[in-house]
Ligand binder design. Sequence first.
Ligand code: A3P
Length: 276
Amino acid sequence: MKLLTTSLSLSLRKYRTYLSSGSTWLQEMVWCIGNDLDFERAKTLQQFRTPLLELTALMDNDKGDWMNELGSSVELVEGMQSPRFIKSHLIWELLPAALDTVKPKVVYIARNPKDMCVSYYYYCTLVHNMKGSFEDFCELFLKGRVPLGPIWNHILGFWRRRHEPNILFLKYEDLKKDLEGVIRKTATFLGKTLTEPDVRKLSEHLSFKNMKKNPSVNLEPIMAKKNGPDFLQTTELSFLRKGEVGDWKNHMTPDMASQFDAWTEKNIRGTALTFD
Ligand code: A3P
């Protein structure tokens, strides 16, 4: 509790999301805008620039020497200088109540649940050495029985607050459609002015092609530390996998897609939330 209270200074910026929704992409965007496009400093591992607040807790059962190198995420956040840029996958209710009073800026990103599920399946296979089939994973995903839990209370917890002045709610599909437009919108939200050449430079930095080969935003260096360098040579998976909208069409049967649609429709009914 002490951590969460002390970490809520007025200059704090947070971005949140369920996993596999484009949080790493957003994380890089927010940090670069907040740090006046300092691409030199952006070469440092993301976890040191924009720590995932709960990383140490998530990794508790999985500690090894490689984790020691990352240090404690809590201490990292506590030791940061203002303004701090912090990532979290936690639901609104698990974040400090001071969020409602201190009102740090929060940028949230949501993604079409069918693509999220596909992306999260590959993430769990890569990071948690999960062995199950995609069909089984879909069933668990629909039941909210995947590592990060159910998605709807996560997404809707932020969606309901989207009109509050300290909340910016974004969608992965909008970044895909108009990255420069989202960069401008996010900069305005963060109180930063970007020139048009800046917007273009940042958009280039954030392109899938460039992010994929950027070791500071990729999980590959961490995976190599965790599983040994051979792992990367033997696995066909990568964290920045496809970066596309609609990859679910390559994975889901029509029946499965209908189940997802019905489930989504039921959960977003009356909320005004839509997905492409
Ligand atoms: P895919 O698995 O569909 O490729 P998160 O960071 O929240 O875990 O989300 C990971 C997803 O965001 C992955 O989706 C990843 O490829 C995608 N992503 C990351 N950077 C991206 C970029 N620059 N452009 C498009 N998608 C990106």
